[in-house]
Design a protein around this ligand. Structure first.
Ligand code: MRU
Length: 348
C-alpha cells in the first residue's frame, strides 16, 4: 500500500492534500465548514470521481457539526444539513460518485433523523468512514483484477490521474499499475500531460515518482506517435460515469486515446468501482458534461498563453463510446462487451 493520502479526517475537520499545489508543494487544506469543501471541490484541490464522493460525504458531517447546538428546532437542524447536501451536489455534474455518496448519506440521515444532534453527526461520520474504507478495499480488488490483463514488462498509457490522489488511496487505473508493479512485472507508465489542468503531469507523474514506478511524461498530442512506434501495450484510464451500455465519461482527451488505441490494435481498459456505474442512464449521450472556465484553456498557471480576444471551449470530460472499450475493470471482475448484458447482470 502506498502512503499517499489525499483525504483525512482529523480533529473534527476534513484535511485535503491540495492537488492544485502538487507537485511543487505538498500543502494541506483544512476544511472546518462544508463551504470550505465546496471551494476545494470547485477549484479541484480535491478531484477525481471517488475522492469527490468521499469528501462530499465528510462535507455533510461538517454541516452536521456546524448545525449542532445552533439550530433553533429539529427542522432547522435537518434543514441546514439538507441545504449542505444540495450545495455539495451542485459543485461538479459529471462524476456520478458525488451523487452516489450523497444519496447514501441522505439515506442514513433519513434513518436517524429522529435522533439527537450528536447521534446524527456520529452516524454520518461512521458512514463517511465506511465509504472511505470501502473505496480502498475496492481499489485493491480492482488492482488485483486488472493485473490479470497486464503482460510482463508492459508499457501502460494512462490519462489524467486515476490514482491515490483521486480516491481514498491506491487508485483505480493506477491501482492496476500498482498491483502489476508489486507483482514484479517490470512495467512502465506513459503519463499523458492532460491539458488544460495537467493532472497527468502534475499528479500521475508525482505519484509514480513517489512510488518508484518507471514513468515517462508525454504531451497529449504525442500519444498517437508513441503508439505508432509500438511503445504502448495497453491503455488504462479511470472513469467519472459509466452508463448501462458501457459508454464512459472521463477526462477530456480519453475519447481520442480510445480511438487511437483501436486504430493501433491496442487494448483500451477502463478501471472503476461499481459506484461509478450509473444504471439510470442508458447511454453516454445522457451524461452531463461539465464545462469549465475558458481561462483554463487560455492560461497556464495564471499566465496567459492565448490572445485575450480569442474564444475558447473547455469541456472537462468526454464520452468514449462502448465499442472502443476492451473491458471495464471493477472490484467484481472485468466486464466485457456487450456491456448492457455484463453490467445488467451485475446490477440485477
Ligand atoms: O477533473 P478531474 O481531475 O476531477 O477529473 C478526474 C478524472 O477524469 C479521473 O480520470 C476520474 O475521475 C477517475 S478517478 C479514479
Amino acid at each position: 500500500m502506498n502512503n499517499v493520502k489525499a483525504i483525512k479526517w482529523e480533529n473534527d475537520s476534513l484535511v485535503l492534500l491540495d492537488c492544485t499545489k502538487l507537485p511543487i508543494k505538498e500543502e494541506y487544506i483544512i476544511c472546518k465548514n462544508y463551504t470550505d469543501l465546496i471551494d476545494a471541490i470547485n477549484c479541484l484541490a480535491v478531484r477525481g470521481a471517488p475522492a469527490i464522493g468521499i469528501a462530499a460525504a465528510y462535507g455533510v458531517v461538517l454541516a452536521a457539526q456546524e448545525a449542532q447546538g445552533k439550530a433553533g428546532s429539529k427542522a432547522d437542524h435537518l434543514g441546514y444539513i439538507n441545504e449542505a447536501i444540495q450545495e455539495l451536489a451542485a459543485t461538479r455534474p459529471t462524476a456520478v460518485n458525488l451523487f452516489w455518496a450523497l444519496d447514501r448519506i441522505k439515506e442514513v440521515l433519513g434513518k436517524v433523523s429522529g435522533a439527537s444532534e450528536e447521534v446524527i453527526r456520529d452516524r454520518l461520520l461512521k458512514e463517511a468512514e465506511t465509504m472511505y474504507a470501502e473505496d480502498i478495499a475496492c481499489n485493491m480488488k480492482i488492482g488485483e483484477n486488472g493485473n490479470e490483463v497486464v503482460p510482463q514488462g508492459a508499457s501502460i498509457l494512462t490519462h489524467c490521474n486515476a490514482g491515490a490522489l483521486a480516491t481514498a488511496a491506491y487508485g483505480t487505473a493506477l491501482g492496476v499499475v500498482r498491483a502489476a508493479h508489486d507483482a514484479g512485472k517490470d512495467i512502465h507508465v506513459f503519463a499523458d500531460e492532460t491539458r488544460p489542468l495537467l493532472q497527468g503531469a502534475r499528479l500521475t507523474a508525482w505519484e509514480m515518482t513517489q512510488e518508484g514506478i518507471p514513468c515517462t511524461l508525454i504531451t497529449d498530442s504525442m500519444a498517437g506517435y508513441v503508439m505508432k512506434l509500438g511503445r504502448v501495450d495497453l491503455v488504462i484510464t479511470g472513469a467519472d460515469r459509466i452508463t448501462l451500455n458501457g459508454d464512459t465519461a472521463n477526462k477530456i482527451g480519453t475519447y481520442s486515446l480510445a480511438v487511437l488505441a483501436k486504430e493501433h490494435g491496442i487494448p483500451f481498459y477502463i478501471a472503476a468501482p461499481l459506484s461509478t456505474i450509473d444504471i439510470t442512464l442508458k447511454s453516454g449521450e445522457e451524461i452531463e458534461i461539465e464545462e469549465r472556465d475558458k481561462r483554463e484553456v487560455k492560461c497556464l498557471f495564471g499566465v496567459q498563453t492565448a490572445p485575450e480576444a480569442v474564444n475558447a471551449f473547455n469541456p472537462a470530460f468526454d464520452v468514449t463510446p462502448n465499442e472502443y472499450i476492451t473491458g471495464i475493470i471493477t472490484e467484481k471482475g472485468i466486464l466485457r462487451p456487450p456491456y448492457e448484458v455484463s453490467i445488467g447482470n451485475l446490477f440485477r
